[in-house]
Ligand binder design. Structure first.
Ligand SMILES: Nc1ncnc2c1ncn2[C@@H]1O[C@H](COP(=O)(O)OP(=O)(O)OP(=O)(O)O)[C@@H](O)[C@H]1O
Length: 581
């Protein structure tokens, strides 16, 4: 009987053999790879030296080729002499061999290639920026346009830098000479394009070099906001409005910040008879920090002068000043504000007359006309509005004389208000406040409207309180961060800030209850007539009559503390104030 053949799969050993072959092949490859790795580890120094010797040989060959024919003879002779010397000195050949090996190892070391030029993504950004500028920086009929669609961006972007996240940090670009770089509108258009294309939300500085037709855009870091109220090292007549960029001002002041003491560049405002901007106006949105700026100025002013504060917000923002030496009054009601400002106006006139008389009679100007008087008015337009509703005098009317003649009489006016109410500011306030500050979020047009010049940086959409721009007279527009000077009586104020502000307050000259007298609602509390005293001790003073509590703006009393002595007069009694002069 014939035997049946087994199935082919059981007899044919080819697949199994193939599998066995694959396995041995894979093993062999693995072995070869391991051997190669080990060999390359072992022979790595030799490989490096070999590579270095090859590079040296190539370099020597290049050098030899570059050597003029007539110099080759002497060079050969020199090399031969060197070889002879080496051969003759003891251990010369060995040392020479070691030197050659070392040179080979040095020349053959692996060098990480230096990446130059922008990455692909960065190149794409630069190209997009270039294309976006084409419509604004090209003109029909230009035979050799710097900017054309699909043109060479490397021709115009002289320098650029990106941060670690690939965002543009600095860009220097050339623009055609016919571009109207002297016109603010033309500049603003370019700045807007760059701002949009380089990434919104950051603050950019634009430096226009009109001579070289070159614009440099730099991303600005945020101004440090860790400087709080403190005693600044300044001379009398100097007030620190805030701190700015280091290259914007030439001076620095030692300040205590979050990381200890450091030098910071201040924006210093000079007041007094020689000041060209003797009065200041600060504007901003609600919550931008204008009241804080006034508080900071008042605290600095108290170091060398007297302060009269009028708080149009009626929220007691200057309550911490009440009863302190040098604080003449803190008013938050309409009647009180009117009386206090009228007094300030008449005091300015008195100082001028006294100084004039002294000069005419050849005597020195009396001391009581030389002590600086600061009139600090927060939101006067709120009081103006109230006054109009009640058919009374506009309190701003009484600022006219101090604003016009204050400089000669050592009287400084500081006004703060909100953008929305700026229209209600009187003409003298607008005309005589040459030192200007804009705080908080503001468009370039708003900054320009207040400061008279546009900012050289792109205002960002959100800024911390106290951040803005300052301009003194016709000087440059400076970025500024006001020192944190919060109301120490505000529950939200941190302990450190509260202590910093309280430490700057002059000593108390009146008992604590004065605080509730003048700041809360125009002073409804009775005061102690025994404390009532004139500035010179002999002035006429009305005895205060206790009155019923009245709403803000209907105040009937004024509390004035002059030269450290308390004086209380009825708000409606202007005669009493006049008599006091
Ligand atoms: N320079 C600053 N540093 C830190 N915080 C500040 C600064 N300026 C203001 N603030 C804080 O911002 C808030 C608003 O400040 P502030 O009252 O001075 O603003 P404002 O412009 O007067 O607003 P409003 O008129 O609505 O009172 C407060 O909590 C204040 O402490």
């Amino acid at each position: 009987m014939a035997r049946r053949p087994l199935p082919r799969i059981l007899t044919d050993s080819a697949p199994l053999a193939r599998m066995a072959n694959f396995a041995s092949l894979a093993r062999g490859r693995e072995f070869a790879r391991t051997a190669a790795d080990s060999a390359s580890d072992v022979f790595h120094p030799l490989i490096t030296i070999g590579r270095g010797l090859r590079r040296l040989a190539v370099a020597a060959r290049g050098r030899w080729d570059a050597t003029p024919k007539e110099s080759r003879g002497p060079l050969l002779f020199f090399i031969g002499a060197c070889v002879l010397v080496v051969a003759l000195v003891p251990y010369g050949p060995l040392l020479a061999l070691i030197a050659v090996m070392a040179a080979g190892a040095w020349a053959g070391r692996e060098r990480t290639p230096v990446v130059t030029g922008p990455s692909e993504a960065e190149t794409e950004r630069l190209r997009a920026l270039y294309e976006a500028l084409v419509p604004y920086l090209s003109a029909e009929g230009d035979p050799a346009p710097l900017y054309t669609h699909g043109g060479d961006w490397e021709r115009v972007f002289g320098a650029y830098a990106f941060d670690d996240n690939g965002r543009l940090e600095r860009l220097q670009l050339k623009y055609p000479a016919y571009f109207t770089d002297g016109e603010d509108r033309s500049r603003a258009r370019i700045e807007q394009v760059l701002y949009a294309k380089a990434g919104r939300g950051r603050e950019y500085h634009f430096a226009w070099d009109e001579l070289a037709n070159q614009l440099t855009v730099t991303v600005l870091g945020a101004l440090p906001a860790d400087i709080a109220a403190q005693r600044f090292v300044t001379s009398p007549g100097e007030t620190v409005l805030g701190f700015t960029d280091p290259d914007s001002v030439q001076r620095t002041l030692p300040v205590d910040g979050a990381d200890g003491t450091r030098d910071a560049p201040p924006v210093v405002w000079r007041t007094g008879p020689r000041s060209t901007e003797p009065h200041l106006l600060a504007l901003g949105q609600s919550g931008s920090g204008t009241t804080t700026l006034l508080r900071s100025i008042a605290l600095q002013a108290l170091a060398h002068g007297d302060v009269l504060a009028v708080d149009g917000t009626g929220t007691g923002e200057f309550g911490c000043l009440v009863g302190r030496r040098g604080v003449l009054a803190v008013e938050s009601g309409l009647a009180g504000a009117l009386a206090a400002l009228e007094w300030a106006s008449q005091e300015t006139e008195r100082r001028l007359v006294a100084a004039n008389r002294a000069r005419q009679s050849g005597r020195p100007v009396p001391d009581d006309t030389r002590r600086p008087l600061w009139i600090v008015v927060d939101r006067p337009t709120a009081l103006s509005h109230l006054a109009a509703a009640e058919g009374r005098d506009d309190p701003q009317r009484w600022l006219q004389v101090p604003l016009r003649h204050g400089r000669a009489a050592q009287v400084t006016v500081v006004v703060a208000d909100q953008f929305e109410s700026a229209d209600l500011l009187s003409d003298p306030v607008r005309a005589h406040t040459k030192a200007r500050v804009v705080l908080g979020t503001a468009t370039a047009e708003e900054v320009r409207a207040v400061l008279g010049a546009p900012p050289h940086t792109t205002p960002t959409a959100s800024v911390p309180p106290g951040r803005g721009y300052a301009r003194l007279g016709s000087g440059p527009v400076l970025r500024v961060q006001v020192p944190a000077t919060p109301d120490p009586f505000d529950d939200a104020t941190s302990e450190a800030h509260r202590e910093a502000v309280l430490a700057l307050l002059p000593e108390r000259t009146a008992p604590d209850d004065t605080e509730s007298l003048a700041t809360v609602d125009g002073g409804s509390a009775p005061s102690d007539p025994a404390r009532a005293n004139g500035a010179d001790g002999a002035d006429g003073v009305d005895e205060a009559e206790p009155s019923a509590a009245e709403p803000v703006g209907a105040a009937a009393r004024v509390s004035i503390v002059k030269g450290g002595d308390a004086r209380t007069v009825t708000g409606g009694s202007r005669e009493a104030l006049s008599a006091d002069r």
